[in-house]
Design a binder for this molecule. Structure first.
Ligand code: PLP
Length: 427
């Protein structure tokens, strides 16, 4: 350890670009808990950053990784390797996409970049539709299409992007409408937009917006969009980076809440599948996946060690029905937080499904977002031994709760009690 590091340990070292000014240093984890360098234990209600999908230090994943490391960590992804073939087969089957092909990347950003490359090439258009308040990653193309100003440090973009209403209901012109009216208004907005533009390649959308604050449209909105998109030959890309693998409890993929008109043309995934290992990817119909006229590989996408982790993690998730656990425990947690929210004027709404729960804060008596309260709750929760996230547009006024999907009822209760205390102090 360098002297410089030792001196800076309590605050962020100034040679590192970081998100928080005073981040804690995590040294290890087990189950749903992590420990910092001072030995303090935290209940992890953010699952890393929705990356620890099953549990920290899950023995099944650790064993698969260490056994794979003893054989070979990485060879050229020009060649086949057994864990990659098996994981791709499982994901292709689970995707619901007919004649599906899988391409592995190392992150959600790279997965979305690949999806945008495929869609724009297939449709020969560099215009895309994206949702207001969306986030799809931090490459130049992904940042360029984000509909979330707080996450868009450049206004330049290689793509022309048109933004559609529908991802957020908390505020905005359609907030007061019923589900059916909201859906009809968003569909009309989409139709109107398409009447004024050259045909876009695709609509890219998160079924539940992630960094946007865990907001979701009424079930069926994207199915209604799909009918319109099909009329124009426009592809539907579902960004499942946060919503995939059963996180929303009711469904294995977030798009299934909108599944009336069948699966999307392209699904992107990342975050939880590797349980912390860098695994991302794209699933698409073969004719779309094969449309590029030059070869491309991802040097680290599909490498043995990450694929072994993904395979062991997915197997555990399915065998232990963690989707069902997310539905049951998440349902209890949402109920518990709603009963707290009912007593606090600064909590505007508790929303979500499964273990993807957003708590929206507003200045008491108003509809105005309250980012200061969100920051205060985050800090108080951390002091109480609970890690959560925040998000929600350029006014980050939503708390985000997304623990590993193996969360127990007792842990849900423990976390809710800490959060209740933090909320009572700030709202
Ligand atoms: N898409 C969504 C919905 C995300 O939430 C994120 C990251 O938060 C990304 C894409 C980018 O993924 P990554 O950070 O792995 O590049």
């Amino acid at each position: 350890m360098s002297d410089l590091y030792a001196r800076h340990r309590a605050v962020a070292p100034d040679w590192l670009a970081l998100y928080y000014e005073d981040p804690i240093e995590i040294t290890h984890g087990e189950g749903r808990h992590v420990w910092d360098a001072s030995g303090r234990r935290y209940l992890d209600f953010f699952g890393g950053i929705l990356t620890t999908m099953t549990a920290h230090a899950l023995p099944e994943v650790t064993k698969a990784v260490s056994e794979q490391a003893g054989r070979i960590i990485h060879s050229s992804t020009l060649y086949l390797n057994r864990p990659m073939v098996e994981l791709a087969e499982r994901i292709a089957q689970l995707s619901g996409i007919p004649d599906a092909r899988v391409f592995f990347t190392t992150s959600g950003t790279e997965a979305n970049d690949t999806a945008l490359l495929l869609a724009t090439t297939y449709r020969r258009s560099n215009t895309v539709l994206a949702m207001r308040n969306s986030y799809h990653g931090r490459s130049f193309s992904a940042i360029g299409i984000t509909g979330n100003r707080g996450w868009s440090p450049t206004s330049l973009s290689p793509l022309q992007t048109l933004y559609v209403h529908g991802g957020v209901r908390t505020r905005g012109p359609f907030a007061h409408l019923s589900d059916a009216e909201f859906t009809a208004a968003c569909v009309e907005d989409l139709r109107d937009l398409l009447g004024h533009t050259r045909p876009p390649a695709a609509l890219i959308a998160e079924p539940v917006q992630g960094v946007g604050g865990f907001t979701s449209p009424p079930d069926g909105l994207y199915a209604a969009f799909r009918d319109v998109l099909k009329e124009h030959g426009i592809l539907w890309i579902a960004d499942e980076v946060q919503t995939g693998w059963g996180r929303t409890g009711d469904h294995f993929w977030g798009w299934q809440a909108h599944g009336r008109s069948g699966p999307p043309d392209i699904v992107t995934f990342a975050k939880g599948i590797g349980n912390g290992m860098s695994v991302g990817g794209v699933v698409a119909r073969a004719e779309i996946m094969n449309c590029l006229d030059a070869n491309s590989i991802s040097t680290f996408g599909g490498t043995q060690i990450t694929m072994a982790a993904g395979l062991a993690n997915l197997t555990y998730l399915l065998e232990h029905d963690l989707q069902g656990n997310a539905r049951r425990v998440g349902g209890l947690l949402i109920e518990r937080l709603r009963s707290v929210a009912a007593q606090l004027p600064g909590v505007r709404e508790v929303r979500g499904r499964g273990l993807m729960i957003g708590v929206e804060l507003a200045r008491p008596g108003t509809d105005e977002a309250d980012p200061q309260a969100a920051a205060a709750v985050l800090e108080a929760a951390r002091d109480g031994g609970l890690l959560i996230g925040k998000g929600g547009g350029h006014n980050t006024s939503a708390l985000r709760i997304a623990p590993p999907l193996s969360l127990t009822v007792a842990e849900a209760e423990e976390g809710a009690a800490i959060l209740e205390h933090a909320l009572r102090g700030a709202c």
